[in-house]
Structures are given as C-alpha cells and as structure tokens.
Design a protein around this ligand. Structure first.
Ligand code: CP
Length: 330
C-alpha cells in the first residue's frame, strides 16, 4: 500500500491507501480556498514544467489540469496531438523523449491505450507521470474528485468540513454505480476510491456491459436497477461510451434508457437526499434525463469545479513531495 503520493506518480488508485487518499482530499480542501480568492495563484510550483499530453479527447480533465498547474505557477507545455508529429507516425517513446529533452518535471497524460502512462513512467523515470485517463483502465483524478465532492456535500449537511471529517462520512455510505461499467475507467477508479474510504458499492448494468472480471471487484452486482435505487445514498451514473462500441452491446439506446437510464420517473422515486453524480460528458436523454441532470442533488457542476483543487493537490503532492502543514501557500 502507498501511504502518500508525495514525490510519486499517480497512475492508478489501486494500492493507494485510505491515508493517502485523505491526504489528497485534505490538501485539495486547502486549494478550494485559493480558488475562491480574487488572485487565484500560489507560487508553489514556480519554475516547474508540466507537460499536458492528451492523445484522446477531453474537455474537463485537460482544462482543469492545465488550470491547476497554472494556479500553482508551473509552466505548462501543452501538446496539440492532432497537429503534432504523432500524426506522422512518431512513436510514444520518441514523443516523450522529445518533450523530456525540453526539460519537464511532470507529464499529465490521457491515452486510449490502457497502460500507456505506466509505459511512459518507465521511459522517463525522473519525470512524475499523472494518469488523466487510460483506455478502460483508470482515471484516478476523476475517482478522487468524485469522493471529494461527496465528502464536501455530506460535510455541509453535517455542519462540519471535509477536512475535519477525514474518511468518517464514508463509513456506511451506500453507493450505486450504474451503466456502461465494461468500458468505464471512471467506474474502476470510483470503486477503488469509495471502498478504500469505507463505503459500500453496488453496481448495475445490462449483462453485456458488465466487465468480465467484475466478480473480482470489491462490489455487489445487482440486477434490478429500480430496487437498487431505493438502497442508494449516492447514484453514480456512467456515460454510455458509444465511441468504444457500446452501441453494439445493447439492443438500442431506447432499451438501455428503459432498463438502466436515470429517467425522470425513476428520479422522482428517489429519497430527496440521494445524491447523483456523472463524470461527464453526459448523453442527456440516454443514461440520464435532462431534467434529472439539472436537479440540485445532481452534482455535475460541482464535480467539474472540484476538478481544479483535486488536480492542484495531486500535482502539488506528486511534484513538491509533501503536504502543506498549515495553508496551501506556505
Ligand atoms: N470526465 C472526463 O474525463 O471528462 P473529459 O473527457 O471531458 O475530460
């Protein structure tokens, strides 16, 4: 188990201990305060260089990582993959070696191939590698921002702060994750984050969208989505990943919505306190009804906003190597 990501890569949440996750969440809490200031910048990573390499599309993750790096005063090298020499056939190894030659301290990387960030970490062992989503493997900072958002909301309801509550609010918390589990790196990271913090996780999907190894996940697989909804304190809706061939694994999008979509009728039967998350981008009208996505208990905008402090925390810990003792700008 890794008890702190200080000075380390972040490629997966597997083997990241509860102590390490709480350290990331607590550090992010300090950065929420920085993001609320008129001047949203601290000199923490001044002089450090962060390369942003997105070989696959992204809106939220890319913008929030680059914003996070800039708010920590790091210089950001952002590779526009579509107009780079990758399109002329340059290998991943040569691309990384080229960027490394410019003098970088960290690489934030998204790739369609599971394992690509791990491979890069072997090519440039002196550079910190942060996984921004690889294939169907992991999306660790999404898992972290999801548990951070839930801790923040539950802490507000309990009249406390996330930092004061540590992992306490996850003990006995019931989380239901529904949808395209088979292709979802978010689900894999969410399950690790929630269960490491002490929550109980159930998953629900059409049989064709369950991962083949789901029996080895620390979750209970449930068949009846409607019954499971009554059990959940948190419903994590996943995106139907049409670009990874999900369309051919369900009879039709309409059928999927009927059996596993968070429709308006289903949302109306939820307890008013049940929280709803979705990593985005959403297919409104497919896995989630547009009106449900706009409810107060639907936390999508807060998830996006929290992407910045969580990614500041991960960059800070990974590069600076220790948690701030009192405040984020010391
Ligand atoms: N949740 C998420 O990873 O979104 P993007 O693909 O827009 O980064």
């Amino acid at each position: 188990m890794i008890d702190s990501i200080a000075g380390r890569n972040l490629i997966t949440l597997q083997h990241v201990s509860q102590q390490a996750i709480v350290e990331i969440l607590d550090t992010a809490d300090a950065f929420v305060e920085v993001n609320a200031r008129a001047i949203k910048k601290v000199p923490t990573l001044k002089g450090r260089v962060v390369a942003s390499l997105f070989f696959e599309e992204s809106t939220r993750t890319r913008l929030s990582f680059e914003t996070a790096a800039k708010r920590l005063s790091a210089d950001v090298l952002s590779l526009a993959v579509a107009s780079s020499s990758v399109k002329k056939g340059e290998s991943l190894r040569d691309t990384i070696a080229t960027i490394d030659a410019l003098g970088i301290d960290a690489v934030v990387m998204r790739h369609s191939a599971s394992g690509a960030p791990e491979q890069v970490s072997r090519f440039v062992p002196h550079v910190r590698v942060i996984n921004a989503g690889d294939g169907q493997h992991q999306h660790p900072t999404q898992g972290l921002l999801d548990v951070f958002t839930i801790r923040q909301v539950l802490a507000e309801r309990h009249g406390t702060t996330g930092r004061e509550s540590g992992s306490e609010l996850f003990v006995g918390l019931k989380v239901l994750i529904v949808g395209d589990l088979r292709h979802s790196r978010v689900a894999r990271s969410d399950v690790m984050a929630y269960t490491t913090l002490g929550a109980t996780v159930r998953v629900c999907a059409p049989g064709t969208l369950l991962p083949v190894d789901v029996s080895q996940w620390p979750v209970e697989v449930v068949e009846n989505f409607d019954e499971a909804l009554g059990w959940a304190d948190v419903v994590g809706v996943l995106r139907l990943q049409k670009e990874r061939g999900t369309g051919s694994l369900v009879p039709s999008l309409g059928e999927f919505t009927r059996t596993h979509g968070l429709t308006w009728e289903r949302a109306r039967r939820l307890s008013p306190s049940t929280l709803i998350t979705h990593p985005g981008p959403m297919n409104r009208g497919v896995e989630i009804d547009s009106r449900v996505a706009d409810l107060d208990v639907a936390l999508m905008e807060r998830q996006v906003a929290n992407g910045v402090p969580i990614r500041m925390s991960v960059l800070y810990l990974s590069l600076a190597g220790r948690a701030p003792e009192r405040s984020a700008d010391e």
